[in-house]
Write a protein that binds this ligand. Structure first.
Ligand code: CAA
Length: 260
């Protein structure tokens, strides 16, 4: 499939999806959001892909936000539609069976930070700057940021970031629990792909069900989450991969998972 603003490169079951609009610091306009939706769908159903690494083109930015030039003249209705379009991309990543790792190589601002937060976890370069500058533009985060950031790090730190619009560096983002690990810029993509390859090497059904249990469980009260986890746990005992994984352990050999 051809994309104007995205690059996809797949090696050994790991797809690297790059937002490729460096002239606008990879800002998300409607076209990029539409393409991201299509690309995620394509990757979800591509049997050659087990894990996705999402990054931004160029030295400077992961994604510097939603496209301010496109938003500048939007009506209230159009603004709402635009937010929903962006939220669909975040939800698509959450609903995907395959993990998506964000490799934040530079500015991750506004919709760019929302895109990273929509991934399953974030690695960042030492040069990364993260923030929600929306209030400086007279708006609020609209691609799920108020919800995802406060759920991830609690309302107090999320309030500070969103109310001030200030950017924070990668180390602080790591100490706040937004970023899992910080790497030298030249190492970032390899490290993200290394972790992606490790995930691609284990049973994909287990990974998919774990992602489902965590993402959906967060929206439930704990008792329902426990019940949901137990159901998924039980379902896995009806798969060939569970038989193979446990037989391989007993026979002291590497499991050959078939994803069924
Ligand atoms: N939208 C549209 N264009 C953008 C953009 C954005 N979010 N961010 C950068 N660009 C464009 C600039 O307009 C510029 O284009 P021109 O050369 O045509 O003028 C080009 O990218 C390079 O940017 P700068 O010259 O500004 O680069 P810089 O190094 O001086 O500054 C920056 C970098 C601090 C990231 C600055 O570009 C910036 O502040 N960008 C906007 C960040 C922002 O406010 N993001 C939030 C957007 S709102 C949002 O995302 C809403 C939501 O939740 C859905």
């Amino acid at each position: 499939m051809e994309y104007k603003n995205l690059l996809i490169e797949t090696t050994d079951a790991v797809a690297t999806l790059t937002v490729n609009r460096p002239q606008a610091l990879n800002a998300l306009n409607s076209e990029v959001l539409d393409e991201l939706g299509r690309a995620l769908y394509q990757l979800e159903y591509d049997s050659a892909v087990k894990v996705v690494v999402l990054t931004g083109a160029g030295e400077k930015a992961f994604v510097a936000g939603a496209d301010i030039k496109e938003m500048a003249d939007m009506s209230s209705y159009e603004g709402h539609r635009f937010a929903v379009k962006g939220q669909h991309v975040m939800m698509a990543m959450e609903k995907m069976k395959k993990p998506v790792i964000a490799a934040v190589n530079g500015f991750a601002l506004g919709g760019g930070l929302e895109l990273a937060l929509g991934c399953d976890f974030i690695y960042a370069s030492q040069k990364a700057k993260l923030g929600f500058p929306e209030v400086t533009l007279g708006i609020i985060p609209g691609f799920g940021g108020t919800q995802n950031l406060s759920r991830l790090i609690g309302p107090n730190k999320a309030n500070e970031m969103i109310f001030t619009g200030r950017m924070i560096g990668a180390e602080k983002a790591c100490s706040w629990g937004i970023v899992n690990e910080v790497f030298a810029p030249e190492e970032l993509l390899d490290k993200a792909r290394e972790t992606a390859a490790a995930i691609a090497g284990v049973g994909s059904l287990g990974v998919a069900y774990a992602k489902d249990a965590i993402a959906n469980g967060l929206n439930m009260v704990k008792e329902d989450g426990f019940r949901y986890e137990a159901s998924l746990f039980g379902v896995l005992f009806a798969t060939e991969d569970q038989k193979e994984g446990m037989a391989a352990f007993v026979e002291k050999r590497k499991a050959a998972f078939k994803n069924r």
